[in-house]
Design a protein around this ligand. Structure first.
Ligand code: MN
Length: 213
């Protein structure tokens, strides 16, 4: 994500009702139009009087936030994370009609680290079901390969030295209107919407950054 300050709310990459019946237009309207948008606004407000941070990308802001004094680092991590994580979540989904399983390098890495695609789905689903309170489950890449991790609130794998490839938002606002308290049902249906092309692109970004370093 190459954007810098002032950050813009990116449009949904599909029509508002395109993820129905699994995620309703009503849910996306609140989630994208209000909640994500509020993170972008708050991030811009926080950066407005900090010119030394204004030329940094979201990736750089997130990596840096954990090394800053808490008075700035904590809100910066929340707002930059809330911005970055929601872009990954919304762009990491696509209408069911365009679904296909992962391909190429990412598919090979998933097989290598989780035994099979089905094994990966089982492990990720188990992790997602175990999230307590608000947070996300992530697939991330790092020096030791692929890993599944749960992070609370708006934390991001970049804050732990890993590179995010895909995520599921497990805050109640992501599913409560459609599923009430049936989070497991939301997780099961989310698999039908995963945009593997996007995750493959993130993996390629990670691999090429690694080749450069
Ligand atoms: Mn959310």
């Amino acid at each position: 994500m190459q954007q810098t300050y002032p950050f813009e709310t990116l449009p949904l990459p599909y029509e508002i009702g395109a993820l129905e019946p699994y995620i309703s237009g009503e849910t996306l309207e609140v989630h994208h139009g209000r909640l994500y948008n509020a993170y972008v606004d708050n991030l811009n407000k926080l950066l407005s009087d900090r010119p030394e941070l204004q030329n940094l990308t979201l990736e750089e802001l997130l990596r840096r936030s954990v090394r800053m004094p808490k008075s700035v680092g904590v809100p910066l991590g929340r707002y930059a994370g809330g911005t970055y994580n929601h872009v990954m979540y919304f762009y990491g989904m696509a209408p069911e009609s365009s679904y296909r399983p992962p391909q190429g390098e990412l598919a090979r890495a998933i097989d290598a680290f989780f035994g099979s695609f089905d094994g990966f789905v089982r492990e990720f689903t188990e992790a997602a079901r175990a999230v307590f309170g608000s947070g996300y489950t992530w697939l991330a890449a790092g020096r030791r390969g692929l890993t599944i991790l749960n992070l609370p609130n708006q934390e991001n794998p970049l804050m732990t030295g890993l590179y995010p490839l895909m995520c599921i938002d497990l805050w109640e606002h992501a599913y409560f209107l459609d599923y009430k308290n049936d989070r497991a049902g939301y997780i099961d249906n989310w698999w039908k919407l995963v945009n593997w092309e996007y995750a493959e692109g993130k993996y390629e970004e990670y691999a090429s950054a690694r080749r450069r370093s």
